[in-house]
Ligand binder design. Structure first.
Ligand SMILES: Nc1ncnc2c1ncn2[C@@H]1O[C@H](COP(=O)(O)OP(=O)(O)OP(=O)(O)O)[C@@H](O)[C@H]1O
Ligand SMILES: [Mg+2]
Length: 245
C-alpha cells in the first residue's frame, strides 16, 4: 500500500491556553486540501504541526509514512508560504528565492538556472533586483511561492496565501497554482477564509472549530447539512457571504 503524503493520527498539542485537539487527517499524494475555520480556530498551528515545527505533542504526524520530526529539515521537502509571506526584507527578490539553494550550497550557475525557471513560471523576471518593500501584494505573493517552489517540494503548505490580493490577481494566482500543481506534482495543503476559493482549488475541505478538525468533505459537498450545528452555522455564514460577493 502506498503511504499517504500526510498522515495525522490522534494529534494534540497545547500552546498556552489553546489546544489543537485530537486531529486525524490523511492527505494523499497530489491531493489539494483546504482548511477553513474562524480566526483563532487553529489553522496556522495545524500547518505548522504538519511542517514539524513543534516538539511537544501527542499523537503523530507522518510524511509518506515517516514521522515528520524524524526527517532532517533539509530532507523534508516541504515548501511553506506564510500568512504574511515572511520575505527577507534586506534581500532582493533573487536573493529571497534562491536562499534555500544557498543553504544547500548550490553553485551560482544552478541558482541562476532555477531562478530563471521560477521567473518564467511565476512571471517575476522583471522584479528580480527589487526589494520586498517595493513590491505589490501579488508580486510579494509570487516571490514567496517561488522561494518555496525552488526547492521542488513534495508538499506545499500555504497559509491564507491569497487573502491580500484583489479579485483579478486572485484569479490569476488560482490559475498559477493549478499550473504549479501540474508541473511540480506536489501535494498542497492550504488555509483560507474564502469558501469560494476553497471550492475552486481543493479536492477536499476540512473545517476547524475551536482546535478540532470537525468536518472533512469533498469540495462539491461543502455546504451539505450535517449533525454538527456549529459546522452548519459556520457554513451558512460562508454560503451567505458567497451569494453577496
Ligand atoms: N506559541 C503559542 N503560544 C500560545 N498560544 C498560541 C501559540 N501559537 C498560537 N497560539 C494560539 O492558538 C490559537 C490558534 O492560533 P492560530 O494562529 O492557529 O489561529 P488561526 O486559525 O490561524 O487564526 P487566523 O485565521 O486569525 O490566522 C490562537 O488563540 C493563538 O493565540
Ligand atoms: Mg492563521
Amino acid at each position: 500500500m502506498i503511504n499517504p503524503m500526510v498522515e495525522i493520527k490522534d494529534y494534540s498539542i497545547q500552546l498556552g491556553t489553546f489546544q489543537l485537539n485530537n486531529i486525524n487527517l490523511s492527505i494523499s499524494e497530489k491531493e489539494i486540501f483546504a482548511v477553513l475555520g474562524r480566526t483563532g480556530s487553529g489553522k496556522t498551528v495545524l500547518l505548522e504541526s504538519v511542517a514539524g515545527f513543534y516538539r511537544k505533542f501527542s499523537g503523530a504526524v507522518s510524511l509518506q509514512g515517516k514521522p515528520v520530526v524524524d526527517i532532517p529539515l533539509e530532507k523534508r521537502q516541504i515548501g511553506f508560504v506564510y500568512q504574511d509571506f515572511g520575505l527577507f526584507h534586506h534581500m532582493s527578490v533573487y536573493e529571497n528565492i534562491t536562499y534555500g539553494l544557498k543553504i544547500q550550497r548550490k553553485d551560482k550557475a544552478y541558482k541562476k538556472e532555477m531562478a530563471d525557471k521560477m521567473a518564467e513560471i511565476l512571471s517575476i523576471g522583471h522584479i528580480m533586483n527589487q526589494y520586498p518593500g517595493t513590491l505589490s501584494g501579488g508580486e510579494r505573493q509570487r516571490t514567496a511561492l517561488a522561494r518555496a517552489l525552488i526547492l521542488n517540494p513534495k508538499l506545499l503548505l500555504m497559509d491564507e496565501p491569497f487573502s491580500s490580493l484583489d479579485p483579478s490577481t486572485k484569479e490569476m494566482m488560482y490559475q498559477q497554482i493549478k499550473k504549479i500543481h501540474k508541473i511540480f506534482g506536489c501535494t498542497i495543503l492550504f488555509v483560507t477564509h474564502d469558501f469560494n476559493e476553497a471550492q475552486r482549488m481543493a479536492d477536499r475541505i476540512g473545517i476547524m472549530v475551536n482546535g478540532e478538525l470537525r468536518g472533512i468533505r469533498n469540495s462539491a459537498d461543502l455546504f451539505e447539512d450535517c449533525q454538527d450545528q456549529e459546522i452548519n452555522q459556520f457554513l451558512l455564514g460562508g454560503y451567505e457571504r458567497r451569494i453577496i460577493v
